[in-house]
Design a protein around this ligand. Structure first.
Ligand code: IVH
Length: 699
């Protein structure tokens, strides 16, 4: 039994080490946290049952020390120095030039490493075992945080070298840090429990390492990366930094995968750019890169100035996060009408630029982060992304009011709608909102809407900038004089535009509905609307709230009927969701939008479901729609109905199938009606059919 236990214990220890490596170093865990905890618990249980099998390097021995009252001071055998910084290319070139001059060489081989944004630590190994470790402190003596360091799962408790080959003494130096993913999780908990967030992973790591109770440190997962050594006795050392890191890696110390040996100063700068591009995706924070002369003999020849080596330099990146104050929260309206809350900030230098505002994305985000005017916040700007507010320090809150999304658009005063299930709030003044003007006009004129040839972005820019066009209706009031006054507009092109506008005056009903630019109303929905309403007046007269209620009630009823196997009822506006119906309702609730439609008609736009002329077959109201007739209709004969459907571009088939779009049913309908119900084909009566075809379809 103990033999079995010993084998299992050894397998568990190996497996735990492997999963730690995958999680912390490769960023690719293959088991869940719960599964990991189960392995760990099993090992603990076995070691309890067989105490003789417990060893000091078992992962269970990482948390054991009782809470301390304070950290004891610990002197470093070899001082822990710091690095000089370089902030730009010139400073890096100057560093390289000085080193080449002093060494009297043409070119230097360097070793490049990420500059980890964590805390410098010295680990002391005696005869192959981890004995103690300390923070950098003042460089000569730091604080003994051994008990906390033991909790770091990637920190070897025993050197991987064979015991008889282990050095009597080895000091390994590196950085303790918290991975971004662990920081995010910890910060979420911290914000919930304490109402405040850590500024960054570095501060969180520092807090974790300075816990007097190692159990608390263990609950805030840290990791470690080695980048050098201090004192060493009884070990033959390599002659280059490159070989040293390979040696440390072979002893199971985590070392940066992003390390690189390069030649010449240009390669240093290339490394800096390459890491900058990777920075946002790295699993840990870096605040720069470090260049070290690779050869230790050359390092020694260069020596030190005051407390920093001449053979190494840190090439820094601008900080990605900063603390500042929210002056105000304003709402911006985008070109498609989306309202975005934006925090106006006290100017702060972050990510290499001065930032004065940061996006708060949407109403839910403001609520979630609870950002208020006057708050002290952490702002983040990484790479090219828009600056954003990460979190609020509510302990510094004065008296800021909670943010509420305005009910009216701050630009045009139209109603603000928030579509169910979506985070975005939108201005419903599509046709009249100055913020949406350009977009609305471009969309209105586009090829698949009103198709006004030659009305491109540059021209719309000018028309809007000069105030000649404020709404799509103004396009139909343009005259030669206004157009010729524009930049690069000759008489001929002005005339062409006027002709193109004139030609667009007889759109099909679906094109017209699409051109209005109502959120959610694309070509397909526009076609369904045209079929359902048949003309603009019916569309304008619709009671959208009732329609939503009706749709809801029928859908609910149909769900019941599906369960009981009963016939389903036809749904009004089939395929158009409640959200879109709400959006149309909001659009039409704005008198200003309706006014534009009236103006369009006043200025000669004739919207006609049947209009021939430039309307092709495929754009007719019933294009691509197949009907099946059954039963006797109240006023029309079968032949009549058939002729009307065909005139509107539709087809009439003899039998119901999945391809049937609608069944038109009258009195004494037969099996076709039953089949239509079974296949859930919408069923129309004569009245509705006529509406769809457009009885009085001209606008
Ligand atoms: S080498 C003589 N390599 O940067 C000092 N330091 O400003 C040798 N750091 O205190 C340090 N990543 O905490 C070195 N790859 C790296 C580093 C690194 C981060 C930190 C370290 C040090 C500080 C120096």
């Amino acid at each position: 039994m103990p033999a079995d236990a010993a084998a299992r214990i050894s397998a568990l220890r190996q497996s735990i080490a492997e999963h730690n490596r995958r999680y912390y170093l490769e960023d690719s865990p293959s088991i869940s946290d719960a599964e990991f905890d189960a392995l760990f618990a099993e090992l603990q249980r076995l070691e309890e049952q067989h105490p003789q099998l417990r060893t000091a390097d078992s992962p269970t021995q990482r948390v054991g020390a009782p809470p301390a009252h304070a950290f004891a001071p610990l002197a470093h055998r070899v001082p822990m120095l710091s690095l000089n910084n370089a902030f730009d290319e010139d400073e890096v070139r100057a560093f390289d030039r000085r080193a080449r001059d002093k060494l009297d060489v043409d070119q230097i081989t360097y070793f490049c490493e990420p500059k980890f944004d964590g805390l410098a630590i010295n680990l002391v190994y005696e005869n192959g075992w981890f004995k103690r470790g300390a923070t950098r402190g003042d460089g000569y003596r730091g604080e003994d945080v051994s008990a906390n360091l033991r909790t770091i799962r990637t920190l070897p408790l025993k050197l991987a070298a064979a015991p008889n080959l282990a050095p009597n003494l080895l000091e390994v130096r590196g950085e303790v840090l918290m991975l971004k993913k662990d920081f995010a999780a910890l910060n979420r908990r911290h914000q919930e429990n304490e109402g405040r967030a850590f500024v960054n992973a570095r501060n969180a790591a520092a807090g974790a390492l300075r816990q007097l109770d190692p159990k608390l440190t263990a609950a805030r997962p840290l990791t470690f990366f080695a980048y050098g050594i201090g004192a060493a006795e009884g070990i033959g050392l390599p002659t280059t930094q490159c070989a040293l890191l390979d040696l440390l890696a072979s002893m199971q110390f985590p070392v940066a995968a992003q390390r690189e040996r390069v030649v010449g100063v240009d390669s240093l700068l290339a490394y800096h750019s390459k890491m900058a591009a990777q920075r946002a995706e790295l699993p840990f924070d870096i605040d720069g890169v470090v260049y070290k002369i690779n050869d230790f003999a050359q390092q020694q020849a260069l020596g030190y100035v005051s407390r920093a080596p001449r053979f190494a330099v840190a090439h820094k990146y601008p900080a990605e996060q900063a603390i500042t104050k929210v002056l105000d929260i304003v709402v911006q309206v985008g070109r498609t009408g989306t309202l975005t809350p934006v925090a106006k900030l006290h100017p702060v230098f972050v990510g290499g630029v001065t930032v004065t505002k940061a996006t708060l994305h949407n109403e839910d985000e403001v609520r979630r982060k609870d950002v208020r005017p006057g708050d002290t916040v952490i702002v983040r700007r990484a790479g090219d992304v828009i600056p954003e507010v990460v979190s609020v320090d509510i302990t510094k809150r004065q008296d800021g009011r909670e943010f509420v999304m305005p009910a009216a658009c701050p630009v045009c005063g139209s109603k603000v709608e928030r579509i169910a299930g979506e985070a975005a709030s939108r201005c419903s003044g599509n046709l009249v909102c100055p913020a949406q003007r350009k977009q609305a006009i471009l969309h209105f004129a586009s090829r698949r809407a009103m198709d006004i040839e030659g009305l491109g972005e540059k021209l719309v820019d000018q028309l809007v900038a000069t105030g000649a066009v404020k709404t799509p209706a103004d396009l139909y009031a343009l005259n030669m004089a206004t157009l010729i006054a524009l930049d690069r507009m000759a008489e001929k092109s002005a005339q062409n535009l006027i002709d193109a506008v004139g030609k667009s005056k007889t759109p099909s009903l679906p094109r017209f509905f699409h051109a209005l630019g109502i959120f959610g109303v694309g070509e397909e929905v526009a076609r369904i609307l045209a079929q359902y309403f048949g003309n603009v007046d019916a569309f304008l007269a619709a009671d959208w709230e009732t329609l939503i209620e009706e749709k809801k009630a029928i859908q609910k009823e149909n769900t019941k009927r599906t369960k009981s196997g009963a016939e389903k009822l036809p749904v009004p506006l089939p395929g158009v969701g409640k959200e879109i119906v709400e959006s149309i309702g909001a659009f039409l609730s704005q008198a200003a939008n309706r006014e534009v439609i009236t103006q369009l008609r006043d200025r000669g736009v004739r919207i006609d479901a049947h209009s021939s002329g430039r309307i092709s077959q495929s754009e007719q109201a019933l294009a691509g729609t197949t009907f099946v007739l059954t039963g006797t209709l109240p006023t029309l004969t079968r032949e009549d109905v058939k002729a009307r459907i065909i005139a509107a571009g539709g087809k009439v088939a003899g039998s119901v199938s999945h391809k049937t779009n609608f069944v038109v049913a009258g009195a004494d309908a037969g099996s076709k009606l039953d089949l239509a119900r079974e296949l859930e084909v919408p069923i129309l009566d004569e009245d509705t059919l006529l509406k769809i075809i457009g009885g009085e379809q001209s606008a």
